[in-house]
Design a protein around this ligand. Sequence first.
Ligand code: JFZ
Length: 464
Amino acid sequence: MNRGWIICGLALTGWLWAGCAWGQTTPSTQPELQRNETPEQHEARMTWWRQARFGMFIHWGVYSVPAGTYDGKKIAGIGEWIMNRGKIPVAEYAEYAKQFNPTKFDADQWVETAQEAGMKYMVITAKHHDGFAMFHTKVDGYNIYDATPFKRDPLAELAAACQKHGMKLGFYYSQCQDWHHPGGDVKGGVHWDKAQDGDFDEYLNSVAIPQVKELLTNYGPVSVLWFDTATGLMTPQRAGEFLPLLDLQPQIIVNNRLGGGFKGDTETPEQRIPPQGFPGRDWETCMTINDTWGYKSYDTNFKSTETLLHNLVDIASKGGNYLLNVGPTSEGIIPQPEVDRIKAIGDWLKINGESIYGSGPTAFGPEAGSLDPVKKDRRGRPVWVAAWDWRCTTKPGKLFIHLLKWPGEKFELSGMKGSVTKAYMLADAQQAELAVQQSGDHVSVTLPAAPPDKIDSVLVMEEK
Ligand code: JFZ
């Protein structure tokens, strides 16, 4: 079936259902599931998120115990999928919980690390596809409080720490896939253990919906709800059963992965930066620091600070947020190579944050690269060729030119609409004025002798 048909099918199912179930009392004219609010309320709800630009994703669970190795073998792929990739029986995987005792977990320290990295929000896995709750759920005993020697609720501790430090907190919740609870879905549909057999609606009603309700009730303000991997089982009707829960946290921002045609507030490109962003939609690229979300002891393929910072700037220049993942160990520690890199970004942000937080997208565009006139991808679309010389972010009356490659003596720019009144380096506290020559839409700025930053020196141009 092609995509068009799937969409038609969804729309038809939604329409039929809306017609049958609601038709008499509340005629639905809405083409898809959405929250009941005015455009003004929506704008207000998104404000902090648009300002934030940079968040910490945390994939933490029982999978940090095997940490990528099962039965003496390294299991390929992302660490939090080890139960699936290794086809580990449900009861055997559950045994890992008994070894999960992250006594070095310190919620305040995690929040402080995120703050030192300049991150404005954190989104942590409350339950991933393995079905293990990282909070003290009353749904059953398969959770970090009841099933481990740890006997603590890390989400409650994080919620308290976030409140104390003024950090926004969000929860990731795997609503469709659950490889532990009977009836939970498995992507691709193939069970490897009879214990997984069961009824999906029964799973939703006895596990997923009650747990999301707990998360939105017992942990104070929750700023983000991050659903994941909607499968075909998430019909509009089933997705619709989650929506009333959002009223428990009227300000919560929800991503686009619930399923059933619910668009949510944010697009979530994964491991990639869309060349032109998502005009008209809020969006957030989530990305691993190495090649896994959940901790794998032997994955040391960390991206460089330069790459990570360039990604942050690239994303901001296209109007998006960067949700950068860390994968804590089974002791409760964020691996040092990850801490080192995000703190280096924080050091840069301390000096250059004005060009990122609350900034708008580029006033130009072509600096990001262009579509190759000849090369096509597998689907026959032109290949995007990124350029990495500079990026632009904006604020009213100001252009921030991120010089990712130091151009030498002068920075030359075409396509300038306004007229430049002043130019200086953002890192220069004195804002010493740089010589500017403008003729028409062409601007030439004489740069200082040496770049203030090795990775990204920011040139500010004030314009009117
Ligand atoms: C999902 C999870 O399966 C994974 O373990 C991790 O939590 C990640 C953040 O999300 O994986 C996905 C989901 C969506 C896409 C790719 C991987 N996608 O849309 O391309």
